[in-house]
Write a protein that binds this ligand. Structure first.
Ligand SMILES: Nc1ncnc2c1ncn2[C@@H]1O[C@H](COP(=O)(O)OP(=O)(O)O)[C@@H](O)[C@H]1O
Ligand SMILES: [Mg+2]
Length: 265
């Protein structure tokens, strides 16, 4: 499908003209990024290409210098992570964000309202409720880990599953995953990819940042490539040709596409 035939209604997220500079460093330059409803969209690119910066703009971790963001067709300002969550956007960041000395349940609820009064009588009731909710969440996702287990006793893959399941507590519409498999064994990554599949089946729209082209091929419907802060094109599933992806990661948008874009404008 030509880019021009797609309408905003097909997209749950539309980011347009996103630019972000850090002093002299241009992390993002006029980037357009659209996430279709219920797709898994991979974001690929070499180190420093701007992948994390782009998704941080959507997650409310940073604010772009310019550009617009629409969610469900509405122009939004996302100044902080709270506002992103309120829009149904949840994120797992690159570093494994779990606390080893806490249990699986405690990790899932970490930083949520329900934790208030953990040691009070009300706290005891809350604790039971949280444990039950955590168990339901993991059952739904077919994740078999003990909710009372300390996270430090889990494998890297299991920790990542817990970290991702945490994002699903609020029933998000959009989940962003920044390199969820990079620290994992093949088996651990396999389980995370299965989980991404199940999340998509539950209707969630997913942005997956990954370096691993095999994993991208397996999980993603489309891939958007960034190169030195600019878009290097979007490929559909059937075009997931390793050489083509690498060529764009290294060299950016092919010249013929650049002139097509110029002609469209
Ligand atoms: N907080 C920051 N301060 C200064 N420069 C940054 C900061 N975050 C990212 N950058 C720079 O912005 C560019 C894009 O970085 P990033 O989005 O992290 O890339 P990626 O996730 O694709 O590896 C890089 O040149 C990086 O050094
Ligand atoms: Mg990054």
């Amino acid at each position: 499908m030509a880019a021009g035939t797609e309408t905003g209604a097909d997209h749950i997220v539309e980011m347009e003209g996103i630019t972000k500079k850090y002093g002299e460093v241009v992390a993002l330059q006029d980037v357009t990024f659209n996430l279709r409803r219920n797709e898994v969209l991979a974001l690929a690119g070499d180190n420093g290409a701007g992948k994390s910066t782009l998704i941080k703009c959507l997650a409310g971790a940073i604010h772009p210098d310019s550009g617009t963001i629409r969610v469900d067709g509405e122009t939004v300002r996302i100044d902080n992570p709270r506002q992103a969550k309120d829009l149904g956007i949840e994120t797992t960041f690159q570093d494994l964000a779990v606390a080893g000395n806490l249990t699986v349940t405690q990790n899932i609820f970490l930083g949520r309202e329900e934790v208030n009064g953990y040691d009070s009588l009300l706290g005891v009731l809350n604790k039971k409720r949280m444990r039950k909710r955590a168990q339901e969440l993991l059952d739904d996702l077919e994740i078999r880990v003990d909710v009372d287990e300390k996270v430090s006793n889990l494998s890297g893959g299991e920790r990542q599953l817990v970290s991702i399941s945490r994002t699903l507590l609020s029933d998000p519409k959009i989940v962003i995953m920044d390199e969820p498999t990079s620290a994992l064994s093949v088996e651990g990554a396999d389980r995370v990819l299965d989980l991404i599949d199940r999340m998509q089946n539950q209707g969630i729209s997913i942005i997956l940042i990954s370096h691993n082209l095999d994993y991208i091929r397996r999980a993603a419907d489309r891939i958007q490539i960034l190169h030195q802060g600019q878009s290097a094109g979007i490929l559909d599933g059937e075009q997931f040709d390793q050489d083509e992806i690498v060529k764009r990661m290294v060299g950016g948008m092919p010249e013929e596409e650049q002139s097509e874009r110029a002609a469209d404008a």
